[in-house]
Design a protein around this ligand. Structure first.
Ligand code: SAH
Length: 399
C-alpha cells in the first residue's frame, strides 16, 4: 500500500481542484517540501483541514502528479484501478468491435482518470506506458487490474521516465503471457502495420494520427504525388499509396527509416521500389527540391516538437513558419499541405497564425480544408484541454 500524506492547497487553487482539474502543480501546494517520495498518495486539504481531492506524487514535465479521486474514503488499490480500466474499455467498445482496426489506445492518462499512464492495444497485446516514477510505484496493482479486466495474448511495458539506475534489476519491456511475433502485423482502417513491441520506446506507428491517415487515403491521395517529410516508418506514405497516389516520397534522417518504411509497404503488398524512400535531413531535401524545381501535389509535415540534427536545430514553436515556407515553395498550385504538430506548447489558434504568417510572407493564398485534433480513443479530460496536444491542418495552396 502506498503511503498517504496530507498537503494543504493554497486558497486560490481550492475551487479549481473541486471543479475537477486533474494536474497537481507545485505552485498550488503550500508546503511541497513535505511531499516525500514519488508514488506517495496526496490528500489535498484546505487550510481548515477539510479534504478536497486525492492524488499521487509523480514528476513529469507537465507537473508533480495527478488527481485520482474526489472521494475521501477512496482506496487506491486493485479495485480502484479495475474500475478505471473497465470504464475505459466500455468507452472503446466500438473499437474492439471494428475488425478493420486492430490497434488503438485503450487508456489515455488523465482522460481516463489516471494521469501518467497509457495503455495501447495491438491485436490482443497490451502495452502499458509509465510516465513517472510515481505512477510506476503503483505497477503491481495496475498490472493486476489490467490482467483481471482484459483477455490478453501478452502484456508489455515502456518506461518513459528517467530513473537513473533505479529498478535496473526489473524485467524490461515484456511482462506476461506470450511474446508477440516480430513483426506483429496489426490493422488500421484496413491497412497493415508491422509492429515491434520489444524494440525500444517506439513500436513503429503513432496511433494518434489514424483519422489523418484515413483522410489522406480516402479524400486526397488519388493520382497525386506525395512528399512525406519526417516520415519515420512511412505511415502517411503507405496510406497515400493505398489511396492510389501516383508516387510517394518519404524523407527521414534516421537510417532505420529506410528498411522500416520498405517493410510497411511490403506488408501491404505495395512494391517499395515503386516509391522513393530517402534518408536525409529534411531541410537539405527542401534545398535539393527547389534546385531541381520539384513540385508535389501533397506535402506532409509532421516534425517532432524538438529535434537536433548535425546542421539544424528545429523547435516547432519557433521554426514552424520557416518549415511551412519551405513546403509552400515545392507544392503545386491547388495542392495540399498537411501541417501537423504534437507540440503542447502552443494552441490551434497559434498554429493557424503560423500558417497565415508563412503564406503572407510569401505573398501566397490558401484555404484551410479541414483540421484534426486527437481521435476518440485518445480521450481528453474536459477539465484539461491542454491534454489535446495534436493539431493537424489540411491547407490548399491557391493560385
Ligand atoms: N510522421 C511520422 C512520425 C514522425 S516522428 C509518422 O506519421 O509516423 C519524427 C521523425 O522525424 C523521426 O523519425 C526522426 O528521425 C525525424 N527527424 C527529426 N529531425 C529530422 C530532420 N531534420 N530531417 C529529417 N527527419 C528528421
Amino acid at each position: 500500500m502506498n503511503k498517504e500524506i496530507n498537503l494543504i492547497i493554497k486558497p486560490e487553487f481550492v475551487d479549481k481542484y473541486k471543479n475537477g482539474y486533474p494536474l497537481i502543480s507545485q505552485e498550488a501546494i503550500s508546503d511541497f517540501s513535505k511531499v516525500g517520495d514519488e508514488g506517495v498518495i496526496l490528500n489535498l486539504i484546505n487550510s481548515k483541514n477539510s479534504f478536497i481531492v486525492k492524488g499521487y506524487y509523480g514528476k513529469q514535465n507537465k507537473g508533480f502528479g495527478w488527481i485520482l479521486s474526489s472521494s475521501k474514503d477512496e482506496k487506491i488499490d486493485v479495485d480502484f484501478f479495475i474500475s478505471k480500466i473497465k470504464s475505459a474499455l466500455k468507452y472503446r467498445e466500438d473499437f474492439y468491435a471494428d475488425e478493420s482496426t486492430t490497434t488503438f489506445r485503450v487508456f489515455n492518462g488523465e482522460g481516463d482518470g489516471i494521469g501518467g499512464l497509457t495503455i495501447d492495444f495491438y491485436d490482443g497485446y497490451y502495452v502499458v506506458t509509465w510516465y513517472s516514477i510515481g505512477i510506476y510505484e503503483f505497477r503491481d496493482d495496475i498490472l493486476e487490474a489490467l490482467k483481471q479486466s482484459v483477455d490478453y495474448k501478452g502484456i508489455y511495458q515502456k518506461k518513459r521516465f528517467d530513473a537513473k539506475g533505479m529498478y535496473l534489476d526489473e524485467a524490461d519491456d515484456f511482462l506476461f503471457g506470450q511474446k508477440a511475433p516480430e513483426p506483429l502485423v496489426v490493422k488500421e482502417n484496413g491497412v497493415n502495420f508491422a509492429i515491434y513491441l520489444d524494440d525500444g520506446a517506439m513500436v513503429g506507428v503513432f496511433l494518434d494520427q489514424k483519422e489523418v491517415r484515413k483522410t489522406i487515403r480516402d479524400k486526397y491521395a488519388k493520382g497525386k504525388t506525395v512528399l512525406n517529410t519526417f516520415s519515420y516508418t512511412g505511415a502517411f506514405s503507405v496510406f497515400a499509396a493505398c489511396g492510389g497516389s501516383k508516387k510517394t516520397t518519404s524523407v527521414d534522417l534516421a537510417k532505420r527509416s529506410l528498411p522500416k518504411t520498405k517493410e510497411q509497404f511490403e506488408v501491404n503488398n505495395i512494391d517499395a521500389n515503386s516509391q522513393d524512400i530517402i534518408v536525409e535531413d529534411v531541410f537539405n531535401y527542401f534545398k535539393y527540391a527547389v534546385r531541381k524545381k520539384l513540385l508535389f501535389d501533397m506535402v506532409v509535415l509532421d516534425p517532432p516538437s524538438f529535434a537536433r540534427s548535425k546542421k539544424h536545430t528545429f523547435s516547432a514553436s519557433k521554426d514552424y513558419v520557416k518549415l511551412l515556407k519551405e513546403a509552400i515553395q515545392i507544392t503545386n498550385n491547388g495542392g495540399v499541405i498537411v501541417a501537423s504538430t504534437n507540440s503542447a506548447n502552443f494552441s490551434m489558434m497559434t498554429f493557424r497564425d503560423f500558417i497565415k504568417k508563412a503564406f503572407y510572407q510569401l505573398k501566397g493564398k490558401y484555404k484551410v480544408e479541414e483540421s484534426f485534433s486527437l481521435p476518440k480513443d485518445f480521450r481528453v479530460n474536459p477539465k484539461f484541454k491542454e491534454g489535446d496536444y495534436l493539431k493537424v491542418v489540411f491547407i490548399r495552396k491557391l493560385k
